[in-house]
Design a protein around this ligand. Structure first.
Ligand code: ATP
Ligand code: LTN
Length: 334
């Protein structure tokens, strides 16, 4: 707990272009939660290199993602927005936690199995211990809550197991974190295959709306979205394409799915898809404008990066020193 507020930690990888799914499922919730908690939002660039990256592209994407956090409405004065690689405590705690994590536990992680299958030529040790670094991220700041999508639940469970194991051996060092999984937008589906989640690694560009898509592209993708032959805007599992579009419209306008169904009663898919497109454009336009403005303000962004790395480092070191003492590392001599 920092100044009576509970602590929140979350992060995103700077790999690929962010989609409307990332925004509605994660970033938007972060903004809603930011008043209630003391928040740490990291660009987890150290996690990114578990898969081979082009250095210049990674650097560019990491900065664009950090800017996007701010453009989405996270005030960097109140929220600690920083690069994971700028705080060495993440790597140091991860090493210690590696020694408290079992191979068998890591072997059960579904994300590891998926990624190992997709990158069969590069199944490195970092990919295997990815969840330990994630546990270090969270435990370093004594986070109470971690907002993530459903896909990250297993990693939260292993984080809790590692923390409890450590606490049982050495006393209450770590706060045990809870996952926070939002209701609205928890799972935005692909526009081309509504049975699959919208994902930044999808090869078909029409399947996802990217946060940086221009209005014409957004409208075209919405018009091309796969629906069905029912021709009625109804919110039901039998019409997954339409249901997904209702979810998107609902998340973008704040109207409930029931209100959306009423609004489009008797109207065709053409009108509905146009309205969905308009609603997405009106949410993304200010975000894009703000990101472009911040992009130009190099001095301001550099200042944010410097100040927040220092702030994160301060809290990280507090936990790290405690942990180092507990495991028996010799004290520093001043
Ligand atoms: P990839 O396609 O590379 O696996 P991703 O699009 O799934 O990436 P991540 O970087 O793994 O994105 O996730 C960032 C955050 O966005 C996570 O909290 C994740 O749960 C959330 N998220 C990702 N896709 C969606 C989606 N379609 N709907 C809702 N939330 C999502
Ligand atoms: N694994 C997460 C990103 C991530 C994260 C974290 C999320 C790394 N460290 C700590 C929450 C808390 C992902 O792929 N979305």
């Amino acid at each position: 707990m920092i100044q009576d507020k509970k602590v929140l930690f979350s992060g995103m990888q700077a790999t690929g272009n962010l989609t409307l799914g990332n925004y509605l499922g994660a970033l938007k919730n972060w903004v809603t939660l930011s008043d209630e908690y003391e928040c740490f939002y990291s660009v987890v660039d150290m996690h990114s290199i578990t898969v081979r990256q082009d250095p210049a592209t990674l650097r560019k994407r990491a900065r664009a993602l950090l800017i996007l956090y701010i453009a989405a409405g996270l005030d960097p004065e109140k929220n600690c927005i920083y690069y994971q690689s700028h705080v060495s405590g993440h790597a140091e705690l991860a090493w210690i936690l590696n020694c408290f994590t079992y191979m068998g536990e890591l072997n059960r992680m579904t994300q590891f199995k998926d990624k190992a299958a997709r990158h069969a030529d590069n199944i490195n040790a970092g990919l295997f211990t990815y969840p330990v670094l994630m546990a270090a991220d969270i435990l370093l700041y004594q986070a109470d809550v971690v907002p993530v999508g459903v896909d990250q639940k297993q990693h939260l469970e292993i984080t809790r197991d590692i923390a409890e194991r450590f606490n049982n051996l050495y006393g209450p060092v770590f706060t045990i974190p809870e996952p926070y999984i939002g209701k609205v937008g928890a799972k935005i589906m692909s526009l081309q295959d509504p049975e699959k989640k919208m994902s930044k690694s999808d090869e078909n560009p029409n399947a996802s709306i990217y946060l940086m898509d221009d209005p014409d592209t957004i409208m075209r993708k919405c018009k091309r979205a796969v629906t069905d032959s029912e021709s009625a805007v109804l919110y039901r599992d039998e019409q997954p394409g339409v249901k997904n579009l209702i979810n998107i419209y609902s998340a973008c306008t704040g109207h409930t799915p029931e209100e959306v169904v009423k609004e489009f009663d008797g109207k065709g898919y053409g009108d509905f898809k146009m309205a969905v497109g308009e609603s997405v454009i009106s949410v993304l336009r200010p975000l894009q404008e703000e990101a472009a403005r911040l992009e130009r303000d190099k001095a301001y962004i550099d200042g944010v990066i410097r100040a927040n790395a220092e702030k994160a480092g301060y809290y990280a070191n507090k936990t790290l020193r405690k942990v180092q003492k507990k495991v028996g590392f010799p004290e520093r001599v001043r």
